[in-house]
Design a binder for this molecule. Structure first.
Ligand SMILES: [Ca+2]
Length: 480
């Protein structure tokens, strides 16, 4: 940034700069033979002139991950109180998925599934423990980097502590800014954040100061990142941390839903944590709107595929109550449940001119992101992953769906869940019987129909025999 300009001023100038910075064509980027199909589709939809990145079949990819945002927290998913106009517009302009799933019902394993294309029966990090990714783990960032993408992550990582092989810069990300550790990420006014492998002190937050709200820093960083890399194909994993709670502060003060202002809900007659919760979601919405404006100003809107989702269901932490705004929508349960409210999440995908606006009920999950991104990048995903590319669905084409989808969770003994077509199974321990729900008739999982459908229970039991591999870090334990 120009000398004499503060970081904040620089950000404010981004939009102005952007309009004069329409990048030239991506000359000199080698076209790859394996980009053919996507490039041809892009060419047909965007016309013969094509777009800069996408004419060669490589859109920029921005994956925005909210933290503990519930299935019912956005207007486009039925939320009546919390205002989310920008995300509602994103849904109207893109594809809104009704049956998309996070990798897990808590943070770290969900993010591991997203990064590695493996569900929690196969991936390394199967719970919120300090288990780092290892050099042999292949991440979507490594694959996109190998396909010529610039890769960046901003926000919360949770898959490797300092000086382990799991830190983002050792897992395929060129640049990284944020929280490595999940407990550290509970605090929105941290004394430091990580920039690559260096600690960056936030002086206004020292000694209990509350001057720099981390979410706002992430937004600033994301806007700068997009501006800096507008001329190249980039992958930005924007792992926001709201509307998660500050659990420690919640225990101390009763209100862990910290946000610089509770506007526009200040005057509402709600408990303070609920004002904070709503304000966080509206802040998230506002900032994603700013990001979309920047893409437009830079002239790269039609080169950029943006996903928006959440890493698990809504929480009951920091004084917040998921029932208050009906944050799980019509679903049963919330974060830490394997019922739908814990794992089914909002999922929007927007790419103007390429993704036709609409609604899809394709069941898919975080482990599908890696092969999907690989297909857009024209690079082969590793063998043995659990994911499949949802590119056909994004392009309104016939899609082979998953036969079975799988989740396991280790915090309360050993729990498992399976989705098989319209059926959903939950088992609260190897010694427990399978609960079966017909999602087509009973989205809220209120009636266990296992006794009526022994054939379906048998099919799921058969699948469960080979659904997972043992993990030394997450051994199967007897349910409590
Ligand atoms: Ca989370």
């Amino acid at each position: 940034m120009p000398s004499g300009m503060t970081r904040r001023e620089a950000i404010r100038s981004v939009s102005l700069l952007a309009s004069s910075l329409v990048p030239a064509a991506h000359q000199g980027r080698a076209a790859r033979a394996d980009e053919g199909n996507v490039a041809a589709l892009v060419s047909r939809r965007h016309g013969t002139e094509g777009r800069r990145n996408t004419a060669r079949g490589k859109p920029n990819i921005i994956f925005i991950l909210a933290d503990d945002l519930g299935y019912g927290d956005l207007g486009c998913y039925g939320q009546k109180v919390i205002r989310t106009p920008n995300l509602d517009q994103m849904a109207a302009e893109g594809l809104r998925f009704t049956d998309a799933y996070a990798g897990s019902t808590v943070c770290a394993p969900s993010r591991c599934a997203l990064m590695t294309g493996l569900h929690t029966g196969h991936c390394r990090v199967r719970g919120n423990a300090l288990v780092p990714l290892q050099p042999e783990d292949v991440t979507v960032a490594e694959l996109l980097k190998g396909a010529g993408y610039t890769t960046g992550i901003i926000g919360k990582w949770g898959l490797g502590e300092p000086d382990t092989p799991g830190v983002p810069n050792r897992q395929g990300f060129d640049t990284w800014f944020g929280y490595l550790n999940q407990a550290h990420a509970h605090n929105y006014y941290p004394e430091y954040l990580w920039r690559n492998e260096e600690k960056v002190e936030l002086s206004q937050n020292l000694n209990g100061g509350r001057g720099e709200y981390s979410h706002d820093l992430f937004t600033q960083e994301a806007l700068e990142y997009v501006q800096q890399h507008a001329r190249e194909p980039f992958f930005l994993y924007l792992a926001y941390t709201i509307p998660h709670a500050n659990n420690e502060r919640g225990r101390a003060t009763g209100d862990g839903m910290e946000v610089p202002t509770d506007a526009p809900y200040s005057g509402r007659n709600w408990p303070q944590p609920m004002k904070g919760h709503a304000a966080m979601i509206t802040r998230l919405d506002r900032d994603i709107g700013t990001l979309f404006s920047l893409l437009k100003d830079l002239g790269i809107e039609k080169d950029t595929l943006v996903f928006l989702t959440s890493d698990n269901g809504p929480h009951k932490e920091g004084g917040a109550d998921p029932a208050f705004f009906r944050s799980s929508g019509p679903l049963r349960g919330h974060k830490r449940d394997l019922y739908e409210g814990g794992i089914r999440v909002p999922m929007l995908a927007r790419w103007p001119g390429m993704i036709q606006p609409g609604v899809s009920d394709l069941p898919w999950a975080f482990w599908d992101f890696l092969p999907t991104a690989c297909q857009f990048a024209g690079v082969k995903p590793p063998g043995g992953i659990d994911g499949l590319s949802v590119l056909p669905t994004l392009f309104s084409r016939p899609q082979k769906p998953h036969d079975f989808m799988y989740w396991e969770f280790h915090e309360r003994g050993f729990e498992q869940a399976v989705r098989h077509g319209q059926w959903k199974a939950v088992r609260h321990g190897l010694d427990k019987s399978i609960e079966l729900y017909d999602l087509a008739a009973d989205l809220g999982e209120t009636r266990n129909v296992a006794a009526d459908r022994p054939d379906e229970v048998a099919a799921i039991e058969e699948y469960l025999r080979s659904a997972r591999a043992e993990s030394k870090e997450f051994p199967v334990t007897v349910s409590k």
